[in-house]
Write a protein of this length. Structure first.
Lengths: 801, 341
């Protein structure tokens, strides 16, 4: 909300600007600032025209002697017809930069030297007015910077209001706040109109047909208004709040809205049909052309103001075109009503309108300010547009606004809540500053009544909040809580996630955090089938970006996009991961599932770096090593199932990750088709883990095993084996066949170069034998190795190299 | 002088000369074998001793042993010298340029938000706050109604809610977890709820997704002053002893009284800069005493129990602690930025 600071100063004495900002800020208002719109006028000075004489050589020019507060009066040539001796004017001296950027120089005009310039409002950048120079108030101080003279009326207080403080959305409301926070007295403008006209009663009939939505409807009639421009002071007050002038009658209703916070509406009385105002719900199919130029189809839940025949305004939101006040208006009906906040809010939302009126009604308007505002507006219209205020008001009442009940306020209880030590007397004094009437009926217990404008104060805790606000939140002593401490155990899923992040960081991946919003079609891009739980995406109804209206069901598309963007930025290689929930819709009324996943991606480096091995491991095996180490660190017994990857994996380089029989993730190189769809042109591999399933996996026990003090015996075996034979089965078979004395078996070499028969590969195993109780004999080892060789030959067609 | 004596002395001199001439450890070993081996010169000398008379034999025997020891000493000294030289040569041969780059394993990085989150979680768990999490897609009830924000409450406008199909929404704050954590539990309760929240906002200063940490403590005697104390301690823990905190009165439908916290801008030290909109302060979050109606709704008797709650966003803190100028740096996954952190 923006208000003219000078206007506020009419209502209450203001502290220095910095104190005002700080005080309001700490006192519960947001984003408080004081703004000086318009040009910088600090270099322009107030001058006094001491003498004006005609120019000797030009009819239209005059030569003025102008006192600018220092030195001798300056001789200035001026072309404006309205310049006169005795005026206070705005003067730019030689060397001053004007608001349009020109720097003024000494000039000779028709033989007379001009030592400055007397400025018009247009030259000052204040308005389009250029009929003559700007004449200032007679009491402006000579020599003062012009900004100081005009500035105070130009300065604007900007304040953000919390939704409970509709009462502060006016000059009066802010003045009350300033008084509460800084002290002082309120000065209120004259309100009572001079009722010289014929009684309003005869003009029309007012009735409320929806008493739940309109608590009170009051109208005043002003007859015989003239269409004149609003005076400057009025226009400037509206301008400060960003409201354009629309003729004096409408301007007055807006002025009073800003002044008291009570929305008003002015109807052209002669355009009402049937001498009737009805506050009713809209009829089905009823239409209303509103002031913003739209024709709106009304909803039967909308509250409207209607005449005998049709809706003429959307109550509390916006007036109608057909009955609006314009240059031809003679008689005016001023509406001041109290509408139900929820009803106004729903209508405003339904029609997508946010008006000054609806803003205030939604947040609560003082139910007792209805008459005051109507009176004030009638008085001003009569004053400024020479109308005659009709005698009396037109009134109808709906259901009464529930009266604020008395609040029982135990001072000790408030102190216990706040950690303060207020006495009853201190509490009474503080509450009085926000117009709360508090009386101590029983010692320590106050009976409190909030003023009508503070509908938000309803319970004792609300009063405690006022105490904090007015006393100053910074004065509440900071303490530390006492109580029983119980040990905290982090949720398993949380700690698992954090450890998984650490594991991938240790493997050289960089954590990313990205938005969950994805475009339509990711499931297809990944090659998923409709049966896949990731096929369906949850849709955002009002997305931030229209083209990203879905919530991701998998982290893979996000990682692929991040990879592509980083490749575009010439990052090489890309090694990233993300931990996040993903969203999977369930059958209604089940809420969507939000499993927590961690997923990592690495790309093959485009360029070799110093010390890189000449033949780095294939990407799949690099990532497999990372995944195995991670699962190990997470304490999970996991295994891989080859060839059971995802549709977006390369069919020849993929595996599922299992814990027991449960699939908990996957690993694989990216399918070339999917890579192409995501614009990735380097080899790329992905690993994913469902942390919730991982959390349920049986933990791996890390327990002590006896260490042998007898020597190990190592035997290396190189065998030709069919290419397609999975190595894991060979290792398992060797471990089983070699017997109890086998300590470990390891695949240490794989060779398929020269000398290897077609369709085969040479695999080299290192078998280590060791016993806990004695040294092995050579014969024992030889016999075990021979068993293995026979087994490899029989079961796998292995042939010793 | 008998021939043996002379020959033993000359033998020592000869051996010493050969030992000195040996230029490697194997060459030295050959020299030693020649003199001291079983078929060596000294042994040959000793073999003749048996023929000598008793006193002469004793004398010659002693002399032979002295010769033998002399040769052994000379060999040992020479070996020592040769080995030292060998080591020095070997060391000299292995010379590399220590200024070449290290063969560093790839380096990973935690996201700035993770770092801040861990600091926060660490602080509050040390004070006995347990972690509670809730879903990101939640009901209107948990996000609004249960927190005193009815369907017609204007505060709903301010939240810029993102709605999803099925009548649900993306939670606009982690306060939703208050309801889940308190319902069905008996105080005293101390919880934090870290997580992602969403708003319909894509201005440069805001982001449609950001992170909050919610905390609440319900007990018989816990005050607004305690709330201030905990948050001030927390602020200094998180942002350093030099940070200044400011509490402002404010309004939230689910706390009463309510406050808002600011911390002095970490970039300009509170002097005013573009990041803090020249105000010197960065908005941190909201806090207050839990509204009695919220407690009631969770089945907690507000006449016996009271509590505080706070919720702060941590994205800006994460940015400022590492000097990131723009919010989007947190979320656009630009490794050129994230790998610096």
């Amino acid at each position: 909300m923006r208000l003219s600071l000078a206007w506020l100063a009419e209502f209450v004495d203001l502290p220095p600007a910095a104190d005002l900002i700080e005080g309001l800020c700490v006192g519960g208002f947001e984003d408080v600032c004081i703004d000086t719109p318009g040009p910088d006028l600090s270099a322009i000075r107030v001058g006094h025209v001491v003498e004006r004489a005609p120019h000797p050589n030009a009819d239209r020019l005059s030569v003025c002697r102008v006192d600018v507060g220092e030195g001798e009066p300056l001789e200035i040539v001026c072309g404006a017809p309205n310049v006169a001796a005795g005026q206070k004017v705005a003067v730019a001296c030689v060397g001053t930069t004007l608001p349009d950027g020109r720097t003024l120089e000494r000039a000779k005009l028709r033989g007379v030297t001009s030592n400055g310039m007397i400025l018009s409002a247009r030259e000052l950048g204040l308005s389009e007015e250029h009929a003559g120079i700007l004449v200032l108030d007679a009491d402006a101080r000579v020599g003062a910077p012009l900004g100081e003279v005009l500035g105070s009326s130009g300065r604007v207080l900007e304040v953000g209001l919390t939704p409970n403080r509709g009462d502060a959305a006016s000059v009066l409301g802010m003045a009350r706040e300033v008084r509460a926070l800084f002290g002082g007295d309120l000065r209120l403008p004259e309100i009572t109109p001079d009722e010289r006209g014929a009684p309003a009663r005869g003009a029309l009939q007012v009735s409320i047909e929806a008493p739940d939505a309109c608590h009170a409807y009051l109208a005043r009639v002003v007859r015989g208004v003239q269409h004149v421009a609003s005076p400057d002071w009025l226009q400037r007050k509206l301008e400060a709040s960003g409201i354009r002038s629309r003729g004096v009658v409408v301007d007055v209703t807006n002025l009073v809205l800003l002044e008291f916070g009570q929305p008003l509406h002015a109807f052209d009385l002669r355009r009402l049909r049937g001498a009737e105002v009805r506050v009713r719900r809209a009829h089905a199919g009823e239409k209303l052309a509103t002031l913003d130029g739209e024709v709106r189809e009304l909803d039967p839940r909308d509250l409207v103001i209607a005449d005998a025949e049709r809706a003429i305004a959307l109550a509390g939101v916006m007036g109608g075109r057909e009955t609006e006040v314009d240059a031809t208006t003679v008689d005016v009906l001023i509406e001041s009503a109290h509408f139900d906040p929820a009803s106004v809010r729903r209508s405003a939302r339904r029609h997508g309108i946010r008006s000054e009126a609806s803003y205030r009604f939604e947040r609560g308007v003082d139910p007792e300010g209805v008459l005051r505002a109507a009176d004030r507006a009638a008085r001003l219209i009569a004053e400024l547009a020479s109308g005659e205020v009709a005698e009396g008001t037109l009134e109808a009442r709906g259901e009464p606004v529930p009266l604020a009940s008395e609040i029982r306020f135990e001072v000790e209880r408030a102190n216990r809540l706040l950690g303060t030590a207020f006495t009853a007397a201190e509490a009474i004094a503080l509450l009085a500053r926000v117009d709360v009437d508090a009386r101590e009926k029983v010692p320590g217990v106050l009976a409190c009544r909030a003023p009508s404008h503070r509908g938000d104060i309803q319970i004792a805790e609300d009063l405690a909040e006022e105490l904090v606000r007015i006393h100053g939140v910074e004065k509440i002593p900071a303490t530390l809580p006492t109580g029983t401490l119980t040990p905290v155990e982090l949720p398993r899923l949380w700690s698992l996630g954090e450890r998984a992040k650490d594991g991938l960081v240790a493997a050289g991946l960089c954590e990313c955090v990205s938005f969950p919003f994805v475009p339509d079609g990711d499931a297809r891009r990944l090659g998923l089938t409709e049966a896949d739980p990731r096929w369906r995406h949850l849709r955002v109804l009002n997305p931030v970006k229209e083209e990203e209206a879905w919530l991701r069901s998998s982290l893979v598309p996000s990682l692929l996009r991040l990879a592509r963007q980083n490749l575009d930025r010439q990052v090489d290689p890309v090694r990233i991961f993300e931990l996040s929930r993903v969203f999977r819709p369930q059958e209604q009324p089940q809420p969507p599932a939000e499993p927590l996943w961690i997923a990592g991606l690495i790309t093959a480096p485009r360029q070799r770096r110093l010390w890189d091995p000449a033949s780095p491991p294939p990407l799949f095996f690099e990532l497999k090593g990372i995944a195995e180490k991670l699962l190990n660190e997470l304490g999970c017994m996991a295994s891989l199932r080859a060839g059971a990857g995802e549709p977006y994996h390369h069919p020849g380089a993929a595996a599922a990750i299992l814990a027991g029989d449960q699939v908990i993730g996957s690993l694989g190189e990216l399918h070339p088709d999917v890579a192409a769809r995501f614009g990735i042109d380097v080899p790329c591999a992905l690993v994913e883990l469902d942390l919730e399933r991982l959390a349920q996996a049986p933990p791996r026990s890390a327990r002590f095993r006896e260490v042998s003090r007898f020597p190990q015996v190592r035997r290396d075996l190189a065998v030709f084996i069919a290419r397609e034979q999975p190595a894991e089965a060979l290792l398992a078979a060797i471990a089983k066949t070699a017997g109890a004395d086998l300590h470990s078996v390891e695949l240490f070499d794989r060779y398929d170069g020269a000398g290897v028969p077609e369709g085969r590969v040479s695999l080299a195993f290192r078998l280590v034998f060791q016993r806990l109780d004695r040294t092995l004999t050579d014969a024992e080892v030889v016999s075990a190795v021979e068993r293995v060789i026979r087994m490899l030959s029989h079961r796998f067609g292995g042939e010793l190299r | 002088m008998p021939a043996e004596t002379e020959s033993l002395e000359s033998l020592l001199a000869q051996a010493c000369a050969e030992i000195a001439a040996a230029d490697s450890v194997p060459a030295l070993a050959l020299v030693r074998a020649r003199y001291l081996g079983r078929k060596g010169s000294v042994a040959a000398q000793l073999r003749g001793l048996g023929e000598l008379a008793e006193p002469e034999r004793l004398r010659q025997g002693r002399l032979a042993n002295e010769t033998k020891q002399g040769i052994e000493q000379a060999v040992a000294a020479r070996r020592e010298a040769l080995e030292t030289g060998d080591r020095a040569r070997a060391l000299g041969a292995h010379r590399l340029d220590p200024t070449l780059p290290g063969a560093s394993p790839p380096t990973g990085h935690l996201h700035p938000i993770t770092r801040v989150m861990r600091d926060m979680v660490g602080f509050f768990t040390s004070l006995g706050f347990a972690i509670e999490e809730g879903p990101e897609v939640d009901s209107e009830y948990n996000n609004f109604e249960a927190l005193n924000i009815g369907a017609d409450h204007p505060a709903r406008d301010e939240q810029d809610t993102l709605y999803v199909e099925g009548g649900r929404l993306l939670r606009t704050h982690t306060s939703t977890v208050q309801i889940r954590a308190m319902t069905g539990r008996t105080p005293p309760l101390r919880f934090i709820a870290p997580g992602r929240v969403y708003r319909h906002d894509l201005s440069p200063r805001h982001s449609p997704m950001f992170h909050q940490i919610e905390g609440f403590l319900v007990d018989e005697r816990v005050t607004f002053g305690d709330l201030k104390g905990v948050l001030e301690t927390f602020g200094r823990f998180l942002m350093g002893e030099g940070v200044r905190l400011r509490f402002r009165a404010n309004h939230f439908p689910f706390t009463e009284p309510s406050g808002e916290m600011d911390y002095s801008c970490l970039l300009c030290d509170g002097k005013g800069c573009a990041t803090c909109s020249q105000s010197g302060w960065i908005e941190w979050g909201g806090c207050g005493m839990i509204h009695p109606r919220v407690l009631e709704r969770c089945g907690i008797d507000p006449t016996r129990w009271q509590g505080f709650a706070f919720g702060m966003s941590l994205d800006r803190t994460a940015m400022l602690r590492q000097g990131l100028p723009l919010m989007r740096h947190l979320f656009d996954g630009d490794l050129r930025v994230l790998e610096q952190l």
